[in-house]
Design a protein around this ligand. Structure first.
Ligand SMILES: NC(=O)c1ccc[n+]([C@@H]2O[C@H](COP(=O)([O-])OP(=O)(O)OC[C@H]3O[C@@H](n4cnc5c(N)ncnc54)[C@H](OP(=O)(O)O)[C@@H]3O)[C@@H](O)[C@H]2O)c1
Length: 294
């Protein structure tokens, strides 16, 4: 018998993908697309998400069923593969909630199917085979994804459509380019970046970044930019940034989609960002070399 069409699907059975899928599945069917058959088979036995045991309806990419709406929650470097899978699922729309600016790559891969990028400050991390939710946040979606916002809200997420989603993405990028690489380089939780000796570098990254993001449409000045980054570092003081987790696990980071995107935007504006360039080079050096600065 053919697999029925799902109202919702999540591509990427990692920390955030499983966190979203498990909650959404309390309200209706959710197809989860894992990296491959082996990972799908392992997940069929169930996965602990916080205190909940979740039994996902999980598929390998080649078996992905049709779905109305597809959420993309793979790491940035896997976006093109996820777009190919999403396109084959013939959805009404494809929504990325990834970090970095991946929307253009996703849209290219999805062809005529509407694809766009929102942002989320939900948090989750992997602890062995478990997923640990790491704090409720807010999820902002682009216009056109009202049905997904409603599904997320019904599942208990703070979610809404944001008319100026482009500005929201740039604001998130500002935070990510400042906090993520420094947390990974210094191997400290986010809150430590507000203290010496890291604070000077944090502020230097913000001071370099905001004019470029302002030039791209973010309504922000120097004080507001610093205040925004400091507020996030304070609110997430105990958290390990995802780039730090990637470095510690010897995984590839999202530095290309985060700092790399900022550097490309600066280049297009004819601007040099020497501090971000240095940080980019250092994180690249760390990728896959977890012992470099131990
Ligand atoms: N975690 C958070 O708190 C958080 C918060 C905000 C935004 N984000 C963003 O959300 C995205 C996902 O983050 P994450 O922390 O959930 O990462 P993650 O735990 O590494 O999960 C990504 C998952 O995608 C899977 N995958 C890779 N390629 C795939 C493919 N072609 N098809 C299907 N699945 C594939 C990976 O498989 P393997 O397990 O085999 O590697 C992995 O399970 C990132 O862009 C991140 O920046 C995360």
């Amino acid at each position: 018998m053919d697999t029925p069409r799902f109202p919702l699907a999540v591509i990427g059975a990692g920390a955030l993908g499983l966190h979203f899928a498990a909650r959404l599945a309390t309200r209706g069917p959710v197809a989860v697309i894992a990296r491959n058959q082996a990972r799908a088979a392992a997940l069929r036995g169930g996965v602990d998400i916080g205190a909940q045991r979740y039994m996902p309806e999980v598929f390998a990419p080649e078996d992905a069923p049709a779905a109305d709406w597809v959420l993309v929650l793979v790491k940035a470097a896997d976006t093109a593969d996820a777009a190919r899978t999403a396109r084959a699922m013939a959805p009404r729309g494809v929504l990325s909630l990834q970090n970095g600016l991946t929307g253009a790559m996703l849209a290219t891969g999805c062809g005529a199917i509407p694809a766009d990028q929102g942002i989320t400050t939900e948090g989750a991390f992997r602890d062995g085979a478990r997923v640990v939710p790491a704090g409720a946040g807010e999820t902002l979606l682009p216009p056109g994804f009202e049905a997904v916002a409603a599904a997320l809200a019904a599942a208990g997420f703070r979610a809404r459509v944001e008319p100026d989603i482009a500005a929201a993405r740039l604001a998130k990028l500002l935070v990510n380019v400042a906090i993520n690489p420094l947390a990974a380089l210094f191997r400290v939780p986010n809150g430590a970046l507000l203290e010496a000796p890291h604070r000077g570098l944090l502020d230097a990254l913000v001071d370099e970044a905001w004019p470029v993001l302002h030039g791209a449409g973010l309504q922000v000045d120097a004080d507001a930019a610093r205040a925004r980054v400091h507020a996030v570092a304070t609110a997430t003081a105990g958290n390990r940034a995802s780039m730090l987790q990637d470095v510690l696990a010897g995984r590839r980071t999202e530095i290309d989609a985060i700092t790399g995107t900022l550097l490309a935007m600066a280049a297009a504006q004819g601007v040099e960002l020497p501090t971000h360039r240095a940080v980019f080079t250092l994180v690249k050096r760390l990728e896959g070399c977890p012992s470099v600065s131990s």
